[in-house]
Ligand binder design. Structure first.
Ligand SMILES: C[S@@+](CC[C@H](N)C(=O)[O-])C[C@H]1O[C@@H](n2cnc3c(N)ncnc32)[C@H](O)[C@@H]1O
Length: 410
């Protein structure tokens, strides 16, 4: 039975104060249900896009004949979009193949009742389309400029703070919560640091598992990430242009490298004190219901002397979502809370323009004016740490993830 800790407000509004706690059995059942829901979204992709294409075709055919005659390329472009969707579907099928066994410590078995398959929600389909765009950001040549602005400042700070001529970098532990498709964490591991990515979305986990463990040949695979964008195209062919991935061989990490991905909610998985030398967050802190929970956890899990490096905006993922707690703090407020926790802010840039899964040929483009900081947990707090706590082991792999219910830029 669920132990529901949600509160009802006097004004009738309703929000979850704490996460609902379920019995282990119920938790496992919900987990399976969620897993299959995301698999269904992957499988439904082609039908979903075909519906969009059919609608566009119907609209076009409803135009007066003399208008249609002036636009000889429209129907053939729709046919092309349809073919690109078929191709994307093949890649998505490959991604979910074997996903039944992708976690070391959990099996999802068979769907409870195959007749219960429901049409995936628009929300899940949007998440899937965003995941396809995430391949551009993380694993294509087209994403290089974006990675240079988002990931490089973080990587450069790690190298400055833990240079390989002063540290045995294989012993410097770096955690990347909200790792997405894993490129930032992978790059850090490539430099020899011990790096762990953490992610809770099945969309991301299936996809990162595919790239990291099952892709080898550089630029051997193709996706059409922009076919879902019907507005703001300068040329029809912009909509159907391909991207190739992976731009590097993900298997090319040095044999000695220590790289892992852990599935689950950052707040639930990471609770051991004084464990990490560095926590690197990129476009992550605004995924919190209450960002101070993230600040508190990062403070706790960093070793004394450890650093938190952050780059990102504050586009709060739960803002305006019904029944969800969301506290939308300004950077000023977060900063002041960080200082109260005891963080020393060593580097701070309040205006770092970046993009996120940008379509560089679109007539609508967003720029995030991000904050970047390096905040240190001072060594002084070592006094509270007991001897045997100093040799902490890494956090165990989480049971599994179950969070794809939030709005996010991904
Ligand atoms: C905006 S994306 C950024 C992904 C990646 N860091 C990047 O810069 O491309 C935020 C990511 O955090 C993940 N996420 C959100 N809340 C999380 C949580 N509590 N624990 C782990 N991952 C989470 C989301 O699934 C999503 O992949």
């Amino acid at each position: 039975m669920a132990e529901n800790t949600a509160n009802k407000h006097e004004d009738g509004s309703y929000f979850c104060k704490e996460r609902i706690k379920y019995s282990e059995e119920e938790e496992a059942r919900l987990e399976r249900q969620h897993f299959w829901r995301i698999i269904d979204a992957f499988r439904y992709y082609r039908v979903h896009v075909q519906e969009q294409v059919k609608r566009a075709e119907r609209q076009f055919r409803s135009l007066p004949q003399h208008h249609q005659n002036m636009l000889p390329g429209v129907l053939s472009n729709l046919t092309c979009i349809s073919q690109c969707a078929d191709h994307n579907q093949d890649v998505l099928q490959a991604i979910i193949q074997n996903s039944l066994h992708m976690f070391e410590n959990i099996e999802y078995g068979n769907r409870e009742d195959p007749r219960k398959t429901r049409t995936p929600s628009t929300f899940d389909m949007d998440k899937l389309k965003s995941t396809i765009k995430q391949f551009v950001r993380d694993w294509s040549e087209a994403g290089q400029a974006e990675r240079d602005t988002c990931y490089q400042p973080i990587i450069q700070e790690i190298q400055r703070l833990f240079p390989s001529d002063k540290y045995d970098v294989s012993k410097v532990s770096v955690l990347v919560p909200g790792a997405g498709l894993g490129r930032l964490a992978w790059e850090i591991a490539r430099l020899g640091y011990m790096c762990q990515g953490n992610e809770w979305s099945f969309f991301m986990l299936f996809s990162s598992n595919f790239v990291l463990n099952r892709c080898e040949k550089v630029n051997s695979l193709t996706l059409y990430p922009w076919i879902h964008q019907f507005s703001n195209n300068k040329k029809s062919s912009d909509q159907t242009r391909p991207i190739r991935f992976p731009d590097v061989d993900p298997q090319s990490l040095p044999l000695s490298s220590d790289f892992s991905m852990v599935a689950g909610d950052f707040l639930e998985v990471y609770s051991d004190s004084d464990t990490w030398d560095c926590v690197a967050t990129c476009f992550f802190i605004d995924t919190a219901h209450n960002v101070l929970e993230y600040v508190e956890t990062i403070w706790k899990i960093l070793k004394p002397g450890g650093v938190w490096i952050n780059l990102g905006p504050l586009l709060y993922h739960f803002e305006n979502l019904a029944n969800e707690l969301s506290v939308e703090l300004s950077y000023e407020d977060i900063r002041s809370a960080m200082v109260k926790y005891g963080f020393h802010i060593e580097v701070e840039r309040e205006s770092v323009p970046t993009t996120y899964t940008e379509n560089d040929r679109s007539m609508l483009r967003y720029v995030y004016d991000c904050v970047f900081f390096v905040a240190r947990k001072p060594t002084g707090v070592y006094m509270n740490v007991q001897q045997d706590n100093q040799q902490q082991s890494l956090p165990p792999a989480a049971k599994s993830p179950r969070r794809d219910d939030t709005a996010s830029p991904t």
